[in-house]
Write a protein that binds this ligand. Sequence first.
Ligand code: ZN
Length: 281
Amino acid sequence: MYQRMPFSNDELDFTYPLPANSKERPACYIYIHNGKVVTYPANPSDSPIILHENVEYGQDKKIIQYVGELDEKLCYAVGLESHEELPEGLQLVLLRDLIGQVDERMLALAGRAVQLVEFELTSKFCGRCGSVMQNLEDRGKKCSKCGFFVYPRISPAIIVLVMKEDEVLLARSSHFRPDMYSILAGFVEPGETLEHAVKREVMEEVGLKIKNIRYFASQPWPFPNSLMIGFIADYSDGEICVDGKEIIDAGWFKRDKLPLFPTKTSISGHLIDWFINMAEN
Ligand SMILES: [Zn+2]
């Protein structure tokens, strides 16, 4: 179903703040409760519907966030504090379960809406002094007392496909399902460049040195707020050595002898697919 990576959003207009004539513009709403998305039940052959034309419920809720513009409509996220007020027939669906069920733009919109509502819920009060936070012109908030700033949390994580001639490095994490292998990934540490994080993760997880690090693509991954930044690199030096805890196995694999690996739902699947197709180009 997806031509690109789920949650990628380059067709949506996320310009902020709202346009000046926002009050007169047609609007649509996406309802969020506890990280889940409210959907209209659809026929088995149809996609679930996540955009609602009116604020039908939850009008009294303060959590209404502008998400972006879609087909001339301004789209807002409405955070519901309770699901008990949901009219009969509507369903709460996990964001993850919408992958492959709704089109790319809807999924990107839903991923963004869930994160913006979560930010609103978790930034009411200052993390430093506990005072009430005030909205800034942009997405940020500022403490009314001590001046502390916060912005929606985005956690950058690198993911890297390492090659050695015609082989790819794949590893098995202890929390993967049986027989599943993937490429290496990890969160960026404070003070690191992305390239530094790539080198560190590969050294930490398999004990190898790498070189020729180059950018591949990125993917928002809203579980809960990651931004995956994909790279390709070449093997430089060392023997594979895994810690046996987080990574329980790793090895070099040829294109025609790959183990089970992630689908193209994630950037890891796209990187491995790139490696498979590289020989043909
Ligand atoms: Zn404060």
